[in-house]
Design a protein around this ligand. Sequence first.
Ligand code: NAD
Length: 354
Amino acid sequence: MTRSLMVTGAAGFIGANFVYHWVQAHPNDTVVAYDALTYAGNRASLAPLEAAGQLHFVQGDICDSECVSQTLANYDIDTLVHFAAESHVDRSITGPDAFIQTNLVGTHTLLAAGRAHWLAGTGRPHRFHHVSTDEVFGSLSSDAPAFTEHLRYEPNSPYSASKAGSDHLVRAYHHTYGLEVTTSNCSNNYGPFHFPEKLIPLCLTNILDGRSLPVYGDGTNIRDWLYVVDHARGIDRVIDSGKPGETYNIGGNNEWANLAIVELLCDHLDARFASEPSLAARFPKSPAANRESRGLIQFVDDRAGHDWRYAIDANKIEKELGFVPSETFETGIAKTLDWYLDNEDWWRPLLQRA
Ligand code: NAD
């Protein structure tokens, strides 16, 4: 079957990776990228697809009901994949308003437009897939079992609370109106096109430029990491075979303390500079040339309300939809590092915005 997809937030980190995955896996589908191009959105990430005529781009806000409705109608959209969000926890602490507007009001605007577009009259086949986060479940102690889909929501930051609220709205539109929705809750992603305000790209670009590596508290907080293309593949499985009304966790069984990740990135870049002497000339300020990247690590005051540990139990998607990640952490980190070394043109201009 062919689909007509509208992908909100497609110029962001995961949305862009998803669009590349989808275009390759489903070349006959129509794909429309819908994005407001906030500080986190980068149309350049999609340029090769646009140039090849494989992607339509609409610059629009998900809170703009008219623009959303017109896009649904113009491209006869049957599948809406919703990534657009304010996504950075630190920004939600200093300025929560934008998170409520985009993550709650924006998600509701999409749901209402989808309902009008798909459910009027006798209705037509459709899917609304909502992309959410493991942060809605709150924080785990060291020995607690990983988050399952049935765990009570306990969001702790304005970011996770706004995502939790959007998950509830999606659920309610299924229960109340019969909108065919699915939701996925994923752990921390890493990989290409990741904005350099987030931990892994921040560390990579700071090591290359010789800037300090800020680590919150004592660095022992734990996150569960998944390569972004595996997230895209997992969402594809849910859109293809997931049951409307269901939620699916997506994760990689890959828990790391923040400090251990930062040290790993330091060691990887030190080793890379050792095996590729030309890198020292390209990045003259980098201590990796002298195998001293770890010297950039600087402990800073902990984030307010910092969640201690996230861990995803991904058994449901494996058992019901047969999905398992393809990348190990070693292969995923190696690909990410290669990508940042090969795509300085992409990340360097973004440092001013971070
Ligand atoms: P991102 O910040 O990189 O990208 C967000 C995109 O949404 C940007 O292109 C931005 O321009 C766009 N956008 C923001 N507000 C908009 C609005 N009002 N209208 C239209 N477009 C708007 O985010 P990301 O890391 O790619 O995350 C995508 C989704 O995945 C989010 O919903 C996030 O909650 C979820 N998620 C992220 C992670 C992660 O590790 N990054 C993990 C699990 C879930």
